[in-house]
Ligand binder design. Structure first.
Ligand SMILES: [Zn+2]
Length: 292
């Protein structure tokens, strides 16, 4: 057994030096380094994983300051890339952890390569478009994937969910967690969007309004996801496939829903990146700058 520094002493009391060693050998990708990604990264750095590769192409803006863990009020706007703030957070929290900040879109060669090489992938997006692409990538490359979502669908209702997708035993698709219309709209070209909006009489941007987002809610979801990651990697217990946090009722519900058995992602493309042609996304240049 490798000697572990004292900083992991209280971790080891829970899951053993062996569990800590497993965490120290685990390279993770965090895709989406914002309100959900930043508290998650803090947990991963404190747990002492081997490497955190953070992927995000956005800069901090003033409206992010209510929830971006690690951002300082002196960080200039413009001029503070989210992954660079995440990188500083990791280094200042735990220098044992390698940090690889990738200031790029999920739809890029660099991000795809990082995902291929990761032991675990954690997705922290606020849109079902990149979520669906990452779901497909992780299945094709056979990477264990945890998706985080916080959600405020209507006044008085606020919560979120954590979905753990491992071994082709259920994913965002077959658990019915993706809004297909939203995914299609994300992937289609501007021209096709405009045509559809004109047909259905939708005002430009009406479907793309950002909702509320607060740090305690993101913190709960990031904590739940970090916990499922921790139990899965250390072997404390098997992770739960789907948990829903009902913040307005102060309740975490473990879903008993079974995934659809004919899932194209879990059963069709899993382990077959070439047949699935996941790299086709890299040819859709309009996705590079897409925000919603
Ligand atoms: Zn599936």
């Amino acid at each position: 057994m490798t000697d572990m520094p004292d900083r992991y002493h209280r971790n080891i009391l829970l899951f053993g030096a062996d569990g800590q060693q497993k965490l120290r050998s685990t390279a993770v990708v965090v895709a989406g380094t914002g309100g959900l990604g930043s508290p998650l990264i803090q947990h991963l750095a404190l747990l002492g994983v081997k490497r955190i590769t953070s992927i995000d192409d956005e800069e901090l803006d003033d409206t992010n300051r209510n929830r971006f863990v690690g951002a300082r009020h002196t960080d200039p706007i413009p001029g503070s890339a989210k992954v660079i703030i995440a990188n500083r957070l990791i280094r200042e929290t735990n220098p044992d952890v390698e940090s690889v900040p990738l200031e790029c879109s999920l739809v890029s060669e660099r991000a795809f390569a990082a995902i291929r090489e990761a032991n675990w992938v954690l997705g922290c997006f606020d849109h079902d478009g990149p979520r669906a692409i990452l779901n497909e990538l992780c299945a094709a490359y056979e990477r264990p994937y945890i998706d985080l979502a916080s959600d405020v669908p209507e006044p008085g209702i606020y919560g979120g969910r954590v979905c753990v997708s491992v071994g082709g035993q259920g994913c965002l698709d077959c658990l019915g967690l993706l809004d297909r219309k939203m995914v299609r709209r994300y992937i289609e070209t501007d021209e096709s969007r405009n045509r559809e909006d004109a047909i259905y009489g939708i005002a430009a941007g009406a479907l793309d309004v950002k909702g509320p987002s607060v740090s305690p809610l993101n913190g709960v979801i990031a904590g739940l996801a970090a916990l499922e990651f921790m139990v899965a990697v250390t072997g404390l217990r098997a992770p739960k496939r789907l948990q829903t946090y009902r913040g307005w009722e102060s309740k975490v519900v473990v879903s008993l829903d079974e995934p659809r058995t004919d899932c194209l992602v879990c059963k069709g493309i899993r382990g077959r990146p070439e047949e699935a042609d996941v790299e086709r996304y890299l040819k859709l240049s309009h996705l590079l700058k897409r925000r919603n």
